[in-house]
Design a protein around this ligand. Structure first.
Ligand code: NAD
Length: 462
């Protein structure tokens, strides 16, 4: 569909949602809770189809397909806490402002737009949708066209569960996304790459629409000498090769204390064999690369450094073996872009200072991992590096702590969501200040002349 052809239905849909929004129906907490429960029930009903779709789109093993469905945990969390999130939040008052009271009163923003990527194509539409519903908004959803089976299941699930005047899903690619972005929304939450993130922000700027950008980047994984090497290897191999490395917060590369490197490489090799067998192409537990374009890009990255394990690939199956690459320098092409595939480069450092200095020269990552038993190392890394999130001695799992805000910093994104942070992201945190009539001090009213001294005293200026 051309942008022009996509524009008419999109504009019509948005008009219908604005009309529905104006009725105030979405404001009641009971209504919002009912919708969250309806969404939960729909996911339970569709779970087999969601998992099949993930298999179709990404060759996902059934177990990893459940990661998509696991978004239900966040819905349960929201259902449990929504009444508390929505309560007015009392604010403190300076003496000079008394008598009175002040509070923050969250209110819905209006109509939200949620655009998703292909790598966790179900979860990354539903998780933001939770926030939009909880905060009392209408929403239009645009899943990725590069995960077509999931997009189709999502379309059916949403159409069956919600009135399109309230929550609607529009399938399509770039033209559809651009037709949507030409319209005025009250908030846009976009998950995807940095390049398209800039396009989204530019389009949103035309309407001064606030954006949450959930982008990617190269998330480093530091491995100190003081670790349990076997456990570290188990966790790193799982987090890197899950979904064939196509996870936004996957460890992108290892930054290893040179004293532990040999042991770590041995443990990683062993663990990769334990998980995926001698020939991972035959493993039922290893996903495929999403499309030929990504496949070709990733194969291009295989020509650098020394391949320690893996490196095999097969275009017809979009298979790239779980791969470890050694002898990689910071200047290598594989270190210039987010890998987003099953390739794990290993760099080494001599001192933690050197490792931290190297990181400080690179774009701010979405996630940062550090494996160390040494509290001083943990503290040094926490205090002297930056990232959207940090996980110590594990990978990926910070994303499922619903009470932690999720998002990037710098080029890995802006804004936060998950749990109450999603509620806040899709709310206007309206400030309210209320004064009684029983006291009206004279100090702020003209004529001012005689009041300057009093004002100076009040402000601590004299
Ligand atoms: P992408 O940016 O190519 O596409 C994301 C969405 O934008 C899709 O729905 C697509 O249709 C739309 N789109 C593509 N081109 C567009 C254009 N020119 N104008 C308007 N819309 C357009 O991202 P992707 O390839 O689907 O996902 C991979 C990227 O997403 C990686 O960088 C990854 O790190 C990132 N990601 C981030 C998170 C996170 O939570 N921060 C999660 C998953 C993926």
């Amino acid at each position: 569909m051309s942008t022009l052809a996509a524009a008419a239905p999109v504009a019509d849909l948005l008009r219908r949602q604005r009309t529905y929004w104006a009725t105030g129906a979405t404001r009641s907490l009971d209504f919002r809770l009912d919708q969250l429960r309806a969404l939960r029930a729909a996911i339970v009903k569709y779970q087999a189809e969601i998992i099949d779709a993930a298999k179709h789109d990404l060759g996902r093993p059934e177990f990893e397909g459940y990661i998509e469905v696991a978004v239900i945990g966040e819905l349960d969390y929201a259902i449990k806490h929504l009444r508390r999130w929505a309560k007015p939040r009392r604010a403190a008052l300076a003496l000079s402002q008394r008598p009175g009271s002040a509070w923050v009163q969250p209110e819905p923003l209006g109509v939200a737009l949620i655009i998703g990527p292909w790598n966790y194509p179900f979860q990354l539409i539903i998780s933001p949708l939770m926030g939009a519903i909880a905060a009392g908004n209408c929403a239009i959803l645009k899943p990725s066209e590069l995960a077509p089976a999931t997009s189709a299941v999502l379309a059916r699930l949403i159409a069956e569960t919600f009135d399109p005047a309230y929550i609607a899903l529009v399938e399509g690619g770039v033209d559809t996304a651009q037709a949507l972005l030409a319209e005025k929304f009250d908030h846009i939450l976009f998950t995807g790459g940095e390049r398209v993130g800039k396009i989204v922000m530019q389009a949103a700027a035309q309407h001064l629409t606030p954006v949450t950008l959930e982008l990617g980047g190269k998330s480093p994984c530091i491995v100190d000498v003081d670790v349990n090497v076997e456990i570290a290897a188990r966790r790193i191999v799982w987090g890197k090769f899950l979904n064939a490395g196509q996870t936004c917060i996957a460890p992108d590369y290892l930054l290893v204390d040179e004293r532990v490197k040999a042991d770590l490489v041995t443990a990683l090799k062993q663990r990769m064999a334990d998980c995926y067998g001698e020939n991972p192409a035959n493993s039922p537990d290893f996903s495929r690369v999403v499309n030929e374009r990504q496949f070709d890009r990733l194969v291009g990255l295989l020509s650098q450094g020394n391949i320690v394990v893996g490196g095999d690939h097969n275009r017809s199956d979009r298979y790239i073996a779980p791969t470890l690459i050694d002898g990689v320098s910071w200047d290598a092409p594989v270190m210039q872009e987010e890998i987003f595939g099953p390739i794990l480069p290993i760099l080494t450092y001599r001192s933690l200072d050197e490792a931290i200095a190297s990181l400080s020269q690179r774009p701010k990552p979405l996630a940062l991992y550090v494996f160390s038993r040494d509290r001083q190392v943990q503290t040094q890394v926490l205090d002297r590096t930056t990232a959207g999130s940090v996980c110590i001695n594990d990978v990926i799992l910070q994303v499922a702590v619903w009470d932690l805000p999720f998002g990037g910093v710098g080029s890995s994104g802006m804004g936060r969501y998950h749990g109450q942070y999603s509620f806040d992201t899709f709310s206007n945190l309206k400030s309210v200040f209320k004064k009684p009539f029983w006291l009206d001090m004279d100090w702020r009213y003209p004529p001012y002349e005689s009041k300057i001294k009093l004002f100076q005293k009040m402000m601590g200026l004299s």
